[in-house]
Design a protein around this ligand. Structure first.
Ligand SMILES: [Zn+2]
Ligand SMILES: [Zn+2]
Length: 350
């Protein structure tokens, strides 16, 4: 159990497709997406819910879905935040500019792009209403840990060690009051901005008798608290992919995933391919297991299995389980997809 406060947590392409993790919370029009590779199983409405996209790196299997994300949000009057490693601003800008736009007045999307380097954060706003002029980049310092803070949550990052600049992320839910997704799903009140408003009031210890207007009704704060909110002990979900496991990456990754409720982790190679893992900077099954064990995570979910193991992916899971028993992988849909893909047996190592 990662957290009772998440309404949806979806490993978009299972353990065998492009790594991508979609996390949504009730009452918020701001879902999180970790990595932007193949996201064709998320419809335009789900992608339109996104508030923040975190990109580990710019290999095609982590970045090619950006077009669908931009398209789903183009006509919205919103700011979509995108975080990634060095080069993200230019790469997002080049992608956006590779299309022609009618620049209708309702196309108001603003892409607020941040790239994170050691101790440095660069930010640029790409604005559709201004016809996407050349980005003005603002540079500031960064503590090499906290990416952003969003009322009750913090996103953290660490530097991975891959063939190109690459980040790993963790979503940290603070202990305290959070919306209860189950209660909100069954509620006559549609989740909306009021959830955030009530949350603010509760976190500020407002008078329990405060009356709040929601739709046509008036509700006491303590009644809303009781019915729609729960106390959470806090949680940590770490997302780590495309990295070597070595002395350069270990301190940051161990700290990022320390005692995580769930760790989604790269398990690209079986131990027999340790040489390839070292060359292409991915993890082997026993390295993944060692990482989970040393980070003392509750639960490990394997991601990014190399296609060379198609038909016997379970061997990767077995190799991990030998050292770390609380491990799972998701295969549903992925095996079907791989049948359609019919990719050559030549290995892609991205
Ligand atoms: Zn990859
Ligand atoms: Zn890669």
């Amino acid at each position: 159990m990662t957290s009772r406060t998440i309404s949806e947590i979806r490993l978009v392409n299972g353990s065998t497709g492009d790594p991508a993790l979609f996390i949504d919370y009730p009452g918020r029009d701001n879902a999180y997406l970790f990595d932007a590779g193949d996201n064709s199983s998320l419809d335009m409405e789900r992608l339109g819910d996104l508030g923040t996209v975190f990109i580990t790196h710019h290999h095609v299997d982590h970045f090619m879905g950006l077009d669908r994300i931009v398209r789903a949000n183009l006509d919205r009057d919103k700011t979509l935040a995108i975080y990634g490693p060095e080069g993200t601003i230019r790469k997002v800008y080049d992608r956006v500019k590779s299309y022609e736009y009618p620049y209708f007045p309702f196309q108001k999307i603003v892409l607020e792009v941040h790239e994170l380097l050691p101790s440095i954060r660069r930010t640029a706003r790409l604005e559709c209403s201004l016809k996407f002029p050349e980005p003005e980049v603002v540079e500031s310092s960064w503590d090499n840990r906290v990416v952003c803070d969003a009322g009750g949550f913090t996103i953290e990052a660490a530097f991975a060690d891959h063939t190109v600049p690459c980040l790993a992320f963790a979503l940290v839910e603070h202990a305290g009051i959070h919306p209860n997704p189950q209660a909100l799903a069954n509620s006559p009140l549609r989740p909306g901005l009021w959830v955030e408003h009530v949350l603010d009031q509760l976190r500020q210890d407002a008078d329990p008798a405060t009356l709040l207007t929601i739709g046509d009704g008036s509700f006491r704060l303590d009644a809303l608290r009781k019915r729609y909110f729960i106390e959470s002990p806090g949680s940590r979900i770490a997302y780590v992919t495309d990295t070597a496991w070595n002395e350069r990456s270990q301190p940051g990754l161990l700290s990022l995933a320390h005692r995580a409720n769930r760790l989604y982790c790269d398990c690209f190679y079986a131990d027999a391919q340790a040489t390839q893992a070292e060359k292409y900077l991915h993890m082997t099954a026993s390295q993944t297991a060692e990482f989970a064990r040393r980070a003392e995570v509750d639960e490990l979910v394997l991601i990014h299995f190399a296609t060379r193991y198609r038909g016997h992916y379970h061997e990767l899971v077995d190799e991990v389980r030998a050292t770390f028993p609380r491990v799972t992988a998701e295969f549903e849909g992925a095996e079907n997809r791989s049948r359609n893909e019919q990719r050559s047996s030549r290995e892609r190592e991205d």
